[in-house]
Design a protein around this ligand. Sequence first.
Ligand code: KIV
Ligand code: ZN
Length: 513
Amino acid sequence: MPPQDKLIIFDTTLRDGEQAPGIALSPDDKLAIATQLARLRVDVIEAGFAASSPGDFESVSRIAKEVTGPVIASLARAMPDDIDRSADALKGADRNRIHVFISTSPIHMEQMMRMTPEEVHQAAIEGVKRAKRYTDDVEFSPQDATRSDIDFVIDVCRDAVKAGATTINIPDTVGYATPDEFVALMQRVYDEVRDGNEDVIISTHCHNDLGLAVANSLSAIRAGARQIEGAINGIGERAGNTSTEEIIMAIRTRQDQFEVEIGADTTQIFDTSRLVSRLTGYPIQFNKAVVGRNAFAHESGIHQHGVLRNRETYEIMDPDAVGHQSMIVLGKHSGRAAFANAIEKMGITLEDVDFQRAFVRFKELADRKGEISEEGLRAIVSEETGVSATELEFVGIHVEGGTDEDPVATIRVKREDAIEEYSASGDGMVNAAFVAFRDAFDLAATLVDYRVSPLTSGADAMAEVNVIVQVGPTTFSGRGVSTDVVEGSARAFIAALNKAAIDRGAVVGDDGT
Ligand code: KIV
Ligand code: ZN
């Protein structure tokens, strides 16, 4: 097959994915995800936007030096400083790419950038030329392309190619396009910008505001696109990005429809998805394609009967192909070795402190619950790892009161070696607990998102609670697991507020909810 028949998988979990509200990945988290993306064998990892913050610079720089295999990319506005910062951060990578972008739609040019089309055109050319001083591999994106004047997009992209861009990426920044319309746009870009030049790759970058990101990206292959940009679990701004794993599995499952090759190791999909969920604090929708808890579950009798006879009656993908392992069930009699073995099989490696913490929590829950499923184990590990930098540790919670009086929550927390107690009343048990934690941290925090998902069924089900709290302009996520929703909520609050207190410094609060 000629090189144009390879489809390049460009993963932007660490850049566009991380732009989703409430996600704040540390450089260590990003390195762990990049290492896993290399195992998944994506072709390009967009490691960050080096000029956007010192943390992003450090992440791009560490990934460039430590992760081998994929091309490592950094995003840059079409501005000299951004491009220079990207080049600096990318030093040490075996292969690197600078991804230069500027908006081309009237609304972005007029309202956001206050630039004329001529100025935008010029900045794009200069940006690409500057990036080209540092690397041969330069990608150019006309942001908000699908709401831009198409002739203008084509002109700017043509000149970007003349200036040295080797990938032209067409973003549907606000997820506005429909598949037919997008194919028509991509066809024009392919014919008029690539124009037979074998050195130029045409790429797509679709957002999911209308739920069409994956469909639009796949349809663009028909028009000659040979790179698709996506994020694991589809995370990203607003409704998110194209989901990388859905693209990979669509291509593998429907080779008859997409005559392109990909190099991904699909068996790494499940672990990659769970790692991203754990580190971002973003839960995975149960019925999410490919990686959702129910993606390979069969409930109705007819379906079960069919699958028992022949898996393919109701399954178009083999769970093994995406690294979905069979259920591991551990109970209260399981020891350290069984626990270590189970988490190792799930692709999780823990430092000693994290292991100890996760094991103690596992025993405590297994005592109450009897059996802990693989989902439960993942949730425990997720809650207990990476939390060594804590201001307060959870000790216990007790709530009094019922429907006819405001409940009062009393929490016990450990600060250094001392146990402290805080009580607060609130509009419901969860609210009372939140107010008590806010007092304990002395943070003016607001609860902006609160979600409970059952991990197992039955009256003694384990539940996972995910929260997002806001302190000033910044949001922090937290996750807690318990058989008791109030305790799970308390654990999620303390995880989020610890991040707020430690990462941002204590913001002394009043009483804002
Ligand atoms: O959505 C978008 O337009 C982007 C660009 C920076 C490529 O993320
Ligand atoms: Zn985007």
